[in-house]
Design a protein around this ligand. Structure first.
Ligand SMILES: [Mg+2]
Length: 415
């Protein structure tokens, strides 16, 4: 029987925001890697791993994945949350990697075996203008992609008005003058502008590409609840594959109103960290796609349970990826995707050549499909020298924050 002898935490990427956990054992050559990524609170995840979770795992049997997950989950009394779950996911994914290596099988074989030949992914098409977006969508379709997320103006785009008069107050008349921390980008978010631009975007896109390609859109939670209901209704004729994050996690009860009023498929979940967030949405069939990030719910162990619950209620999975996650998180999601009848779609991720070289065995993304290999475990490893060389000390030392969007009156909007 193998024993855990140590846990090594490796920070990589230029920003050092990828946290790769290596679980070491007393068996020669037997170790595993997992993803404990957190783009903003990176150091907090590292501390949770090194100071809290790692010491109590020394000497344990790495084969006891479920027991280690359950006991680590409650080992600090308080549980869930983005930091805790990410650290736990790093360990959990690494233990699945070890179990696969011990069994001589890929993780997708341990999870029940493949039910598909490869994993369909959706691409991210963007443009600063509608014309530029149309060009980007055509480019992806030409490269063989069948599922495309469509955004004008990138993050939260499509709903901005100038943060100046007549939309915004005159700073000279406020007690704060120009010290009010508003609109660093010079733009302010307006619900109705967003709704009109987004409806026009899909009218144009369907004229261009017809109804064959599967199109999605991510609202990034910017809308007020009734605006969200309105947008979902007005997009119904354009038959989206899904509408993502039309509401923030704090307002998920409003999905009942959306469900009663239209059939636009709904996707949410990337900010969820607690079973009580996704369970009502799935069990009441209020959404069509649950799209948690595997490392933010605690790893493969809880994510496959979400997939099982989703399957029972006819909801599909669309595990979140996006720009700041790492190749190990994507690989963990891919193994579940390969085996799950609840699978709907996988979000793609893009990594540079140098980043991929630091992760030998990484899945191949080509023409809209993600392809696993047949190696035991996750099938992906980390080249620690190359991973160390990716880090840019200056960039790594900078704090990282999400873009701060505000309404015309200066109040901040979510997320
Ligand atoms: Mg999103």
């Amino acid at each position: 029987m193998a024993r855990i002898t140590g846990i090594k935490v490796i920070r990589t990427r230029a920003t050092a925001s990828w946290v790769i956990v290596k679980v070491l054992t007393d068996q020669p050559g037997l170790d595993g890697i997992g993803s404990a990524h957190d783009y903003n609170a990176t150091g907090a995840v590292v501390a949770a791993l090194e100071e809290w979770m790692a010491p109590r795992l020394i000497g344990r049997d790495p084969a006891m994945i479920e027991d280690i997950w359950q006991s680590t989950f409650t080992s600090g009394y308080w549980r869930t949350g983005p930091t805790h779950n990410a650290a736990l996911a790093g360990i959990d994914i690494a233990l699945w990697d070890i179990k696969g290596k011990e069994a001589g099988m890929p993780v997708y074989q341990l999870l029940g075996g493949p039910v598909r030949a490869a994993v369909p992914c959706y691409a991210h098409a963007v443009g600063d203008t509608l014309e530029a977006l149309v060009d980007d969508v055509h480019r992806y379709l030409g490269d063989g992609w069948q599922y495309v997320r469509c955004q004008v103006g990138a993050y939260g785009g499509g709903g901005f008005v100038p943060a100046t008069r007549p939309h915004a107050p005159d700073p000279a008349l406020t007690p704060w003058g120009r010290d009010w921390p508003t609109w660093p980008s010079g733009r302010a978010f307006d619900d109705d502008t967003y709704i009109e631009n987004t409806v026009a975007m899909f009218a144009r896109l369907r004229d261009e590409v017809g109804y064959g390609p599967k199109l999605t859109h991510d609202v990034h939670e910017h809308l007020r609840p009734t605006s969200a209901v309105t947008l979902a209704k007005r997009l119904e004729p354009f038959r989206l594959f899904f509408l993502e994050d039309v509401l923030p996690p704090e307002q998920i009860a409003w999905y009942r109103q959306i469900r009663q009023q239209c059939a636009t498929p709904q996707a949410i979940g990337e900010l969820f960290t607690n079973v009580q967030e996704w369970l009502p949405l799935i069990s009441e069939r209020l959404i069509d796609f649950i799209r948690c990030r595997v490392s933010k719910v605690g790893g493969i162990t809880p994510a496959r349970k979400i997939a099982h619950v989703a399957e029972a209620f006819g909801v599909q999975t669309a595990w979140q990826e996006g720009g700041n996650t790492d190749p190990v998180n994507l690989t963990a999601a891919m193994h579940i995707d390969m085996t799950s009848h609840a699978f709907g779609i996988q979000e793609e991720n893009w990594f540079s050549e140098a980043e991929l070289e630091a992760f030998p065995g990484h899945p191949i993304l080509a023409g809209g499909y993600l392809y696993p290999n047949a190696r035991p475990g996750l099938g992906i490893d980390i080249d620690e020298a190359k991973a160390a060389a990716l880090v840019d000390r200056e960039r790594a030392s900078r704090p990282r924050y999400l873009v701060e969007d505000r309404r015309p009156d200066g109040s901040v909007i979510r997320p």
